[in-house]
Ligand binder design. Structure first.
Ligand SMILES: Cc1cc2nc3c(=O)[nH]c(=O)nc-3n(C[C@H](O)[C@H](O)[C@H](O)COP(=O)(O)OP(=O)(O)OC[C@H]3O[C@@H](n4cnc5c(N)ncnc54)[C@H](O)[C@@H]3O)c2cc1C
Length: 330
């Protein structure tokens, strides 16, 4: 059956930690599940904003790094191989329509059909904050990067990294051992990163270009960066092979309004089963509101079984099962 004819039991919109756990849980209930995530990687705010932070309030872990929690969720998603979810990344859901009891989800790449929908879009679609100067858009993913898909792309190259936070510092330290030369451009002399990382930065070979702003980018055999010294009229030119911009991310949850879903304080309004007033459309995680809601991973993890068990009973009333997970060999 072609993908456009396939009808999933559940489509989870958003592959943050809550969407990932939901997809695992739906698999455990033997539901045919799809996860659609707009970013190239799953993991939501945790992967994007704080992979190195130690999270201390997820049940069962005295402390776990954000990145490790997401790796563990990836592993958990495939623990029932016959019911591992289908995952579509780099694909944003743009519309939800319903025809004859089947939801049709339109994405930036195509359409999916589903018998139910779980909205888990957290703070909304993330997008990298881009360079605030005019430049040839064709340079994106060729010489100007906002994501690192593969560190090998930077091997033996002269790379400039723009930004002064944890992410910029982490990439500078990672690429230091791979690239021919790494520059780190920041508009302040101080960096906002883990003390230990900042110390490694100062001890290493990364050349710090501070306090500079990128004022222009010109393409040629090399990428020529016009750097303007902050609070001064001084300019320097820097020729590099690649520019990696790490100015953080913006989040936009306008989609909830665009999709015409019932809202409460700009968040999805859900009932005690995590269902919206549109039958078959559920909401969980940071994108929902109800009395007592807290925006925490642990709370979202709790909302997932509530939604999925309600969906399971409605889609397959004959399949009533005990709620406890079963013992497995691994
Ligand atoms: C700096 C920081 C530190 C934090 N520390 C903690 C902590 O210590 N403990 C804790 O419990 N919580 C912490 N939080 C909060 C926690 O990260 C959130 O509660 C959690 O990420 C919510 O998960 P989620 O899956 O609901 O949403 P998100 O993590 O926001 O994931 C939503 C996903 O949906 C995707 N998406 C959005 N729109 C679409 C669309 N239209 N189509 C497809 N995909 C879409 C997004 O790209 C994203 O990947 C912290 C948050 C921040 C910012």
């Amino acid at each position: 059956m072609s993908e456009s004819e396939h009808i999933y039991d559940i489509t989870v919109i958003g592959g943050g930690p809550v969407g990932m756990f939901t997809a695992f849980y739906a698999g455990m209930r033997q539901l045919d599940t799809l996860v659609v995530e707009s970013l190239p990687e799953l993991g939501g705010q945790v992967s994007t904003l704080y992979p190195e932070k130690i999270i201390r309030d997820v049940a069962g872990f005295a402390g776990i790094k954000g990145g490790q929690l997401i790796s563990a969720l990836h592993k958990q998603m495939t623990v029932f191989p016959d019911f591992a979810p289908t995952v579509a990344t780099n694909e944003e859901v743009t519309a939800i329509d319903k025809t004859d009891d089947i939801f049709v989800l339109t994405t930036t790449k195509g359409q999916y059909k589903s018998r139910s929908v779980v909205v888990a879009i957290g703070g909304g679609s993330f997008a990298p904050r881009k360079l605030a100067i005019d430049y040839d858009q064709a340079l994106e993913d060729q010489k100007i990067f906002y994501f690192v898909k593969n560190v090998a792309d930077f091997a033996d190259k002269t790379v400039a990294i723009a930004g002064g936070g944890d992410s910029a510092i982490d990439w500078a330290l990672t690429l230091e051992g791979i690239a021919k030369k790494v520059y780190l451009i920041h508009r302040r002399d101080q960096f906002r990163g883990l003390e230990s990382s900042v110390e490694r930065l100062h001890q290493g070979t990364v050349e710090l270009m501070t306090p500079y702003l990128i004022d222009g980018v010109t393409d040629g055999p090399e990428l020529s960066l016009d750097l303007k010294k902050v609070k001064s009229e001084d300019h320097v030119d820097l020729a590099v092979d690649a520019l990696l911009v790490n100015y953080g991310f913006t989040a936009d949850n306008h989609a909830l309004r665009k999709w015409g879903l019932p809202l409460d304080h700009r968040l999805l309004k859900v009932d005690a089963n995590m269902e919206t007033s549109i039958p078959g459309v559920y909401g969980i995680g940071d994108c929902v509101n109800y009395p007592g809601k807290v925006k925490l991973i642990a709370a979202g993890f709790g909302e997932a079984p509530t939604a999925i068990n309600d969906i399971a009973v409605k889609l397959y009333p004959e399949r009533r099962q005990p709620l406890h997970s079963t013992q497995m060999d691994h």
